[in-house]
Design a protein around this ligand. Sequence first.
Ligand code: F6R
Length: 263
Amino acid sequence: MQVVVCKDPEEGARIVTEKILSALEDRPELVLGLATGSTPIGVYQHLIEAHKNDGVDFSAVRTFNLDEYCGLSGDHPQSYRAFMREHLFTGLNIPAENIHFPPSEGPELGEKCRQHEEEILQAGGIDIQLLGIGSNGHIGFNEPTSSLASRTRIKTLTEKTLRDNSRFYEDPSEQPQVASTLGIGTILDAKCILLQAYGEKKAEAVKASVEGPISSFWPGSALQMHADVTFILDEASAARLEMIDYFRKSRAEGLRLQEDNTI
Ligand code: F6R
């Protein structure tokens, strides 16, 4: 696990963007696992700039979003499909057929979720999974007590998550109570995971995920079992880490070794 404490979210967004662009250079048909929410927006803006200003081509990229609310159509302004169109897809040249969301509408969602797992496998698996984290430690919509081996499925949202996201709904009765989400097991199958977390509100979840015992009560802690995961933090979200000085030293040493061409 790597923990990078940045001076601000902008530095974090640049680090994540550079990793994606460098992977895309090596592999034009990159498979990206994408998140919604406020956290990844900086990265999405930089990817759009790279496409518009530097001609970076996304035409062979495949994407799999983490989650979607059940019961909202793709046109609903609060659906994650609408969010992704607004913040990323309209600014890039990813063909519509390469864009995937976990199934959230119609009958037989259980079976469709299983098929969704197949689609990820057929794409060759997720190369880079972007994550944010909920203040309760959820990743995707894997709420506390989600099985650490879970696959794509329907989950009921916790009161905490509903409260955190209630600002988007004028009429509380419109807020969906359930969502489809890639499972924790699905997320752990990604080849590389980049989790961004910014702000004091995330400090407890970051502490539990990075330094706590692995527990389904803090789903982010499952990432400790992944061989290539990086937590990209700002000072506020990293503030409760006991090992913060070690993480700073390790980052400085890593940069020095890269400059010397040792690693
Ligand atoms: C969204 C998702 C969620 C968010 C988390 C943090 O697709 O998977 O786990 O990453 O709720 O949301 P923000 O970034 O709005 O703080």
